[in-house]
Design a protein around this ligand. Structure first.
Ligand SMILES: Nc1ncnc2c1ncn2[C@@H]1O[C@H](COP(=O)(O)OP(=O)(O)OP(=O)(O)O)[C@@H](O)[C@H]1O
Ligand SMILES: [Mg+2]
Length: 369
């Protein structure tokens, strides 16, 4: 018998075999859709650190809406967010006042719209209303927006304004926004979008270890691969309940077993688990940190690498010195990195990493360069 395919998914935005510990959120959302316009969970804010499962949560909520035959539009925040939403939502984007169609180079059927900023809230509303008209009775429109921390504030304001009007008119719509915790809390405190304070806030954190253990057991044994209780405990503990780590440990212990097997006894042994944990730890930084680093200018990365030489918060003066730059120069990068929530300033003259495992990740980079 060949070893079954690896069920674990240690990849950003890919559904895990079991979505652990998120039942309540799914129930709240389902109820929100079923209860009709005005239900609080039709406006949801999902906040959580990197790798906590925001993107897969949005995918799950999308599925829930689709099961009710809702129309779903997903977007990821970046420049032009509002225009992309209008293009996606409108059944025919060309008909809206203020929306100019950009000729599409790809020859796509509809092309993209480009809307004057002041007209975005009303154009978005028109687009939503037009879409709702094409949907059957009781069928609504769900809009999900991921990576809200990368949104332009004017786009957020436009979307929130449009959403507020739709709710006021009792339209059959729902909105879910997901982003990093700091940004979600800033958003809630911002005066421009007080409407968002009404949102149902869901904080994604670590999941209970009992549930992790149970999901490992069912995912593994359910595929007729054996694992004993001690091995199961060891694997569970190593995850610390962190969703991305759960997939990493699962994936690498499965792989360790498959590679060792003389392909008769399908079993994940304690040895496989320990090997898997080592592999998982080595990759943790990659998954969470590489996407952050890849988007930064070289000198900003140098700033972070200078910080990584310390075991705890770094002195800004020392970082500048290590970079061979003046304080003024280094501080430009300090400000940018703080703004991007990659580092924070725990006290005057100090900086610290705001992303788990980033220090360790940079050290492995320094060691290999
Ligand atoms: N509830 C969960 N149970 C088990 N695994 C999960 C759960 N949520 C997410 N995962 C797994 O964790 C990893 C990260 O998930 P996801 O990409 O959704 O996180 P994220 O919060 O969107 O991260 P980022 O901020 O980097 O975009 C994926 O491998 C996913 O399969
Ligand atoms: Mg994500």
């Amino acid at each position: 018998m060949t070893f079954p395919a690896n069920p674990f998914k240690p990849t950003a935005g890919v559904m895990p075999p079991v979505l652990i510990g998120r039942d309540m959120i799914c129930e709240d959302f389902s109820e929100g859709l079923d209860d009709g316009p005005g239900a609080p969970d039709r406006l949801m804010l999902i906040s959580g650190p990197r790798g906590s499962g925001k993107t897969v949560m949005l995918i799950e909520l999308r599925t829930i809406a689709e099961q009710r035959h809702w129309h779903v539009v997903d977007e990821t925040a970046s420049e032009g967010l509002c225009d992309r939403l209008i293009t996606q939502i409108a059944p025919d984007p060309g008909i809206f006042a203020g929306a100019t169609i950009k000729p599409s180079l790809m020859g796509a059927s509809l092309g993209e719209v480009s809307t004057a900023p002041a007209l975005r809230p009303s154009t978005l509303r028109d687009a939503m209303n037009a879409r709702l008209k094409t949907l059957g009775k009781n069928k609504g429109l769900l809009v999900t927006i991921d990576e809200i921390q990368d949104a332009d504030p004017s786009d957020i304001t436009a979307i929130a304004t449009a959403a507020q009007h739709m709710f006021r008119e009792n339209a059959n719509v729902a909105f879910v926004f997901a982003g990093l915790p700091q940004v979600i809390s800033d958003l809630l405190n911002a005066n421009v979008v007080t409407f968002l304070r009404r949102a149902s806030l869901k904080k994604l954190g670590d999941v209970p270890l009992d549930d992790v253990r149970e999901s490992f057991a069912s995912t593994i044994r359910g595929r007729n691969v054996a694992i004993d209780d001690a091995a199961l405990d060891e694997a569970t503990q190593a995850t610390e309940g962190y969703p991305y780590m759960i997939q990493l440990v699962g994936y690498h212990m499965w792989r360790a077993s498959r590679r060792r097997q003389s392909n008769t006894a399908d079993e994940i042994t304690m040895r496989d688990v320990r090997e898997g944990i080592i592999q998982a730890r080595a990759r943790l930084g990659e998954g969470v940190c590489a996407p952050v680093i890849d988007n930064l200018p070289e000198r900003a990365v140098d700033y972070l690498k200078a910080m990584a030489e310390d075991d705890d918060p770094s002195s800004t003066a020392q970082v500048a010195e290590r970079m061979n730059e003046t304080m003024d120069y280094a501080n430009q990068y300090r400000a940018k990195l703080i703004e991007k929530k990659i580092i924070n300033a725990p006290e005057r003259g100090k900086v610290d990493f705001a992303i788990p495992y980033l220090r360790e990740y940079l050290r492995t980079q320094l060691a290999s360069s």
